[in-house]
Structure formats: structure tokens, C-alpha cells
Design a protein around this ligand. Structure first.
Ligand code: ATP
Ligand code: MG
Length: 584
């Protein structure tokens, strides 16, 4: 029996503007016409890897529709392929769906239905619509024909019902080796749609299954199992990606010809397992899959990146997996906003990576408290302040939202500033520090550099300067005009932090394109991760893991989910403040 979570609202918050894509229009019409009185969708991942951002589009669609139309959405593990599944993936997928903010109606496995699938196949045999075929895989291929030529009937196509029933029972009993026989749907070897040329619906595979153990030496094929799983769950709208468009006639054939509603005995195995007896005629609707540039999105390639150690695991913050994006600092709200922006259509398109980053910036601009952190530190000593001078300044946590409150920021005679905020020889238009020049220290007053201290190698090791005593916060001189404002961290109180500067994993827009013997492996961006030690103000060091901040002038950062919390603070750059890629 499946474990179920208590029914939760399918969408986390009240739906904003009504969405009007073609699938939602179909759903609206089906409700208006009375074709359906309740909507039921499902998200059906195969547990053979971690979910990626493409899956998030499907999750937001299926759970989103259920939530908007007062329906429900099931989470169904399409576990018909025993050799490739792992309980680790099953757990991670549930975690990901919950993280995105959705709750499923029921959690099912396709393997819950193996007995009902089997009864369905026996019915097809009895009705003369399926037969046991002894052709080998190669022979089946040779008989299948091509796009321009019809196929040929298998010599086993006209076996009697009795013989088929007997052979199918013996397949199930484990009498035959892998690949010796298949059960095939008897449809049309001359069909223009190759999917209808007597497709296999069962194959022999003596492999242990994660849920059913060694109970089954035969396993249903995807098209058959998927269509019937939808029917058995009472799914009204079965949403899938465009590559299944040509499979739709087979999907309908399976649903119509097994027709679970025709005979209660066919669904008795569900009742025996304590599952409701449901039998619907679901409608398959296809939409275009999500593709994003500068990334790869197939589970196979993501798996290779992990196993070849080109990244640090499925949750490496550069990965387009939901675990990776989460660790990078992507928020559920940003993911849902992204899915909404991308929309739903039948047009295949390539979404620019900046759309994803834009959604994150938009969410974090509103949701992330501000802090100060120095990524590449250079010391500035304000020599006119008394030796050992320290004080506490009050900063607001968010410039646009008072609800974020205020915090105390320690200030001292010695500060860390960004190396990049000082130039001995400034380029044209420079607004930051130069020898003898002034700059505003965010919230602390106006400072000037008087002396540049260098080591024997000629490298700048320290700046010594002066803080205008008339420019302190609250004084009249504080509003005196200077060109630039820079951020800083007290060198006395600042906490050293490991700062991981992430960038896109691939340096070319289409890493999937294989040319001149190069594959996506050859297009990894060598600068996709730089680790530095910087300084953060105490109020950032104290953050809980997964807390996001805007480090002023630097970018949005998140306290690392795994490594932050004990010892040195660890922050991942989620996204820069501005898009630096479009201009390249
Ligand atoms: P991949 O091809 O990356 O291995 P998949 O399609 O095999 O993915 P499944 O676990 O079978 O992965 O997918 C579960 C659901 O997610 C399916 O309904 C599938 O259509 C949908 N899905 C997978 N990738 C995308 C994508 N890029 N865009 C939208 N939906 C997707
Ligand atoms: Mg798949």
C-alpha cells in the first residue's frame, strides 16, 4: 500500500493573475461543459535520477492546474523499469516537490498496478487484441518496416487465444529467459504511425524490482503502463511533453481497449491493496519541454557530470537539478515565477538563462535582507580616528521594506573594503576611491585616502586615510556631495567567510551541440566556480543555512545548505546584481 501524505493545498498561495494557456483553456471548457466535475492531474517521474528544472515546469503545471481548479494532483513514480531505479531518487523527488511548495493528493507507484496491468493484458488476449510473439528484438525491428514502408505481420500474430493465455501465464511464471518472448498489442502493422505497428506491451526481465522484489519476471512497457496508470487513478488530463504526441493514438488504444470500467474484476487488485477503484478515460495533452541555454538537461548527461566528477554531485550549486538550484540559492518562489514567465505552449523554444536569473533577482530583491560583505579585501585605516575606536551603527535591513527592521553594524578605525573599489590610476568615469580622493562609506561618513602602503613586491597592502568628522550619520556634513558610495566591513568585527563565486557551468549557449568531436564535457566553463575568503558583517555570519541575503553592491548570496553553520561561514553566490552575460 502506498504511503500518502495528508491532502495539502496544491498551490502554496492564492493564485495571482489567472493563467490562460491552451491547457488551462481546455480544462476550463471541460468543467464548463460538464465533461468533468473535478480535475485530477499527476506528475509521473521515473525515479532514475534527480529532478531538473525541466521537471519543475511540469510540476508547476500539473500541481498548479490542480490548485487553480480545485482539483488534485498525484505524485506517481513511473517505476516500470526495474534495473534503473534507486530509493535515493524516490526520496529526493519527494523532497523537491515539497520544496517547490506543492503537496500531492496521493503518492503512487506504477508498480502498485502490476496486477491490474496483468489482468488488462489478459483481457486484451481474450478479446483477440494481444498475442505472444517469439521474434527476437532484431527480428521485430526487421518486421517493423520504415516510415515509408509498411511492416510485416509476425508469424506468431495469429496464435489462438488459448495458446496466448497459456504462454502469457508461463511468461509470468518465469519459465522463459529474458528476451525470449514479448506480449504485443495487435493493432496494425501497416499503420502510418510506427507506434501502432503491434508494439510490445510486456517483456521478460528477470530483474529484482525496488518495490515488488522478485514477484515479477515480466514488466509492462512504458506506453501501456503509463496510459493505464492514468486510467486507474482517474486522471482527467494527462499532461506530457511533445515527443509523446505520436504515442497518443497508442495511449488512447490502451485506455479504450483495456477499458477498466467495463469489468470490476479488472480493478479488483487495487481494492485488494486498499486503493480506490477508479477508472477514467484520461485525455493526453502535450506541451513543449523546457530548454535553457548554457546548460544540459537530460538525466543521462547530468548523471555523467556527477559520475565523471566534473561537478561535486547532484546538488552542486552549478547543476540545473532542483537540489543544485536550491543549494545555489534559488527559492521556490523564483522557480514558480520562472515557470510562469516561460509559460505553456506547443512551440519548442530555447529559453535564455537570463530569464531564470531574472526571476531569482526579482524574488530576492523583495525577499532578501541586505548585508555588507567584502569579497576581495583591502584594509583601509582611518588614521584620524582614535586608536582602537569602535562604535555601532544602525542600518535598515531593506531599503524598500520597513518590515525587515533594522540591525546593528559594528564600525571601527580599521575597515575592509573591496580591492576593486580603489584605483591608483583611475579609468575615465571612475567614481570610487583614488589617492587623495573621497568616497562615501555606506552609512558611516565620507573618507579620503592619504597614503597607499605597498610591500616589497609593489603590491598594495593597505590604505591609510581620514574620515571627515563633520560627515558622520545625522550631521549636516553627511549630505555633502561625493561621487561614489562603497560598502565596508569592520576589520575588528568582520567574520572571515568562505565565499563561493558561481557562474554558468558551460561557456557556450548550446553545450549539447556536438561538433568536431567535441561534446558538452569540452564546454565546461573553467570560471564556473571561484572560492575566496572574504569578510562578512556579524549579522550575516550568524545566518541560518539557506538564508539568502543581498550583499550590497556585490550580489545575492545564500548561506550554504550543507557547509554553513559550523565553523567558518560559507556563502554561495546565487546571482550577480545585474546581468553580465547579455553584453558579452
Ligand atoms: P530526461 O529526458 O531529462 O531524462 P524524462 O522525461 O525522462 O527526463 P521523467 O522522469 O520521465 O524524465 O519525467 C517526468 C515528467 O517530467 C514527465 O511528464 C516529463 O514529460 C516531464 N519533463 C521532463 N523533462 C522536462 C522538460 N525539460 N520540460 C518539461 N517537462 C519535462
Ligand atoms: Mg523518461
Amino acid at each position: 500500500m502506498s504511503e500518502n501524505t495528508p491532502a495539502a493545498a496544491a498551490t502554496p498561495e492564492t493564485a495571482p493573475a489567472e493563467k490562460r494557456d491552451f491547457i488551462r483553456q481546455i480544462v476550463r471548457e471541460d468543467l464548463a461543459s460538464g465533461k468533468h466535475t473535478a480535475i485530477k492531474t499527476r506528475f509521473p517521474p521515473e525515479p532514475n535520477g534527480y529532478l531538473h528544472i525541466g521537471h519543475a515546469k511540469s510540476i508547476c503545471l500539473n500541481f498548479g492546474i490542480a490548485g487553480e481548479f480545485d482539483g488534485v494532483c498525484n505524485l506517481r513514480f513511473d517505476d516500470t523499469n526495474p534495473a534503473r531505479e534507486d530509493p535515493e531518487y524516490v526520496a529526493a523527488i519527494q523532497d523537491d516537490v515539497r520544496w517547490l511548495g506543492f503537496g500531492w493528493n496521493e503518492l503512487r507507484h506504477a508498480s502498485d498496478y502490476f496486477e491490474a496491468y496483468y489482468l488488462g493484458a489478459q483481457k486484451l488476449i481474450r478479446d483477440g487484441k494481444a498475442y505472444v510473439c517469439d521474434l527476437s528484438a532484431d527480428e521485430v525491428r526487421a518486421y517493423r518496416g520504415t516510415l515509408t514502408e509498411p511492416g510485416r505481420d509476425s508469424p506468431w500474430r495469429n496464435r489462438s487465444v488459448e495458446e496466448n493465455l497459456d504462454l502469457f501465464a508461463r511468461m509470468r511464471a518465469g519459465e522463459f529467459p529474458d528476451g525470449a518472448r514479448t506480449l504485443r498489442a495487435k493493432i496494425d502493422m501497416a499503420s502510418g504511425n510506427i507506434n501502432l505497428r503491434d508494439p510490445a506491451i510486456y517483456r521478460i526481465k528477470h530483474v529484482e524490482h525496488q518495490n515488488t522484489g522478485n514477484a515479477w519476471p515480466i514488466y509492462p512497457m512504458y506506453d501501456y503502463a503509463h496510459a493505464l496508470g492514468d486510467a486507474l487513478e482517474g486522471i482527467t488530463h494527462s499532461l506530457c511533453t511533445l515527443e509523446f504526441e505520436d504515442h497518443r493514438p497508442l495511449y488512447d488504444w490502451c485506455v479504450d481497449n483495456v477499458d477498466y470500467a467495463s469489468d470490476p474484476q479488472l480493478t479488483q487488485p487495487l481494492v485488494d491493496k486498499g486503493l480506490p477503484r477508479e477508472a477514467a478515460k484520461p485525455r493526453q495533452i502535450e506541451f513543449s519541454r523546457l530548454n535553457i541555454n548554457y546548460t544540459v538537461m537530460s538525466k543521462r548527461k547530468l548523471m555523467a557530470l556527477v559520475t565523471e566528477r566534473l561537478v561535486d554531485g547532484w546538488d552542486d550549486p552549478r547543476m540545473p537539478t532542483l537540489q543544485g538550484l536550491r543549494r545555489r540559492g534559488y527559492t521556490p518562489a523564483a522557480m514558480r515565477l520562472f515557470a510562469e514567465r516561460v509559460g505553456i505552449s506547443k512551440q519548442n523554444s530555447l529559453i535564455d538563462f537570463s530569464v531564470l536569473e531574472g526571476a531569482l533577482r526579482e524574488d530576492l530583491d523583495a525577499a532578501a535582507p541586505r548585508r555588507m560583505a567584502v569579497v576581495e579585501p583591502l584594509k583601509l585605516v582611518l588614521a584620524n580616528l582614535p586608536e582602537g575606536h569602535e562604535e555601532t551603527l544602525t542600518f535598515s535591513n531593506h531599503p524598500k521594506d520597513e518590515a525587515f527592521g533594522e540591525r546593528q553594524v559594528p564600525f571601527a578605525r580599521e575597515l575592509w573594503i573591496e580591492r576593486a573599489d580603489f584605483a591608483e590610476v583611475p579609468p575615465k568615469g571612475w567614481k570610487r576611491l583614488v589617492p587623495g580622493g573621497e568616497v562615501r562609506l555606506r552609512g558611516a561618513g565620507i573618507a579620503r585616502v592619504d597614503e597607499v602602503v605597498k610591500n616589497d613586491a609593489g603590491e598594495i597592502v593597505e590604505l591609510r586615510g581620514w574620515l571627515d568628522p563633520e560627515s558622520r550619520p545625522g550631521m549636516d556634513g553627511a549630505n555633502r556631495k561625493v561621487k561614489g558610495t562603497i560598502h565596508w566591513v569592520s576589520a575588528v568585527h568582520g567574520v572571515p567567510a568562505e565565499i563561493r563565486l558561481y557562474d554558468r557551468l558551460f561557456s557556450v549557449p548550446d553545450p549539447d551541440e556536438e561538433s568536431e568531436g567535441k561534446t558538452y564535457r569540452d564546454h565546461l566553463n573553467p570560471a564556473s566556480r571561484t572560492v575566496v575568503t572574504g569578510y562578512v558583517e556579524p549579522a550575516a555570519a550568524d545566518a541560518a543555512p539557506e538564508q539568502s541575503f543581498q550583499f550590497e553592491r556585490t550580489g545575492y548570496f545564500v548561506a550554504d545548505r550543507r557547509d554553513h553553520g559550523t565553523g567558518t561561514p560559507v556563502f554561495n553566490r546565487s546571482v550577480t546584481l545585474r546581468d553580465t552575460w547579455s553584453a558579452r
